[in-house]
Design a protein around this ligand. Structure first.
Ligand code: ADP
Length: 219
């Protein structure tokens, strides 16, 4: 079996992780594993998991390590993840990063991409972000009027995420700095960290990441 391509994308909320992961997952043929999407999907479906985490998500706090670690463990057991995965929003604590090494074993993380964007810019991106409740497509607040609040992809309602309100944004960015930034040193010490300037057009960011993955002979 060829080596699995497991990639971690780190970066502040609003850095563009979701956008890049969707593109990279398609070009490398590996699943985009976003713990935020999985959790929001559970809330929307009204499952027991969703009912448990709904208020935590709205507040912008993190759900427990045990819960997300279990979700990711199960996700990597699915057939499509046997060739690897592109992790978005996980790990975001040291405990999660250590658990991920145990989940993946020897054929572990090949690269950690740090999408670097200044805090002022992500704050502005998050407060103007609107999202389709059905398919997750992302819009700017200035576009929403033009489309009358209806997603041009799927016809779903385009809304503001509860955690994109100012107080929740502040809390999420603080949590990132406190709990997730230490992961940069964790992956650096393993020789796996690369930093990409996220303040460029989406196409430029994708090209920069693909060039690094290629240089390292990973795909
Ligand atoms: P963002 O990174 O913009 O906050 P995500 O979609 O990655 O958005 O996550 C949304 C929410 O889901 C987080 O604020 C948190 O409550 C929860 N969540 C997602 N991933 C994790 C994780 N790895 N550990 C704990 N909570 C998580």
């Amino acid at each position: 079996m060829p080596a699995r391509l497991n990639l971690v994308v780190l970066g502040k909320q609003g850095a563009g992780k979701g956008t890049q992961c969707k593109r990279l997952a398609a070009s490398y043929g590996i699943p985009h594993i976003s713990t935020g999407d999985i959790l929001r999907g559970a809330v929307k479906a009204g499952s027991p998991l969703g009912r448990e985490v709904a208020s935590v998500l709205d507040s912008g706090a993190l759900v427990s390590d045990d819960l997300v670690i279990e979700l990711v463990r199960e996700r990597f057991e699915e057939p499509d993840a046997q060739s690897g995965g592109l992790l978005d929003g996980f790990p975001r604590t040291l405990g999660q990063a250590e658990a991920l090494e145990r989940i993946l074993g020897d054929d572990g993380i090949k690269l950690c991409i740090n999408l670097d964007v200044p805090i002022e810019l992500v704050t502005q991106r998050l407060s103007s972000r609107r999202i389709c409740q059905e398919c997750g497509a992302i819009y700017r607040d200035t576009d929403v009027e033009a489309i009358s609040g209806t997603c041009t992809n799927c016809g779903g309602d385009v809304v503001q995420r509860a955690d994109d309100q100012p107080e929740a944004i502040r809390k999420r960015l603080e949590t990132y700095e406190r709990d997730t930034e230490p992961l940069l040193a964790f992956y650096e010490s393993r020789g796996l960290l690369v930093t990409v300037d996220g303040d460029q057009s989406p196409d430029e960011v994708t090209s920069a990441i693909e060039a690094i993955v290629h240089e390292r002979g990973l795909a």
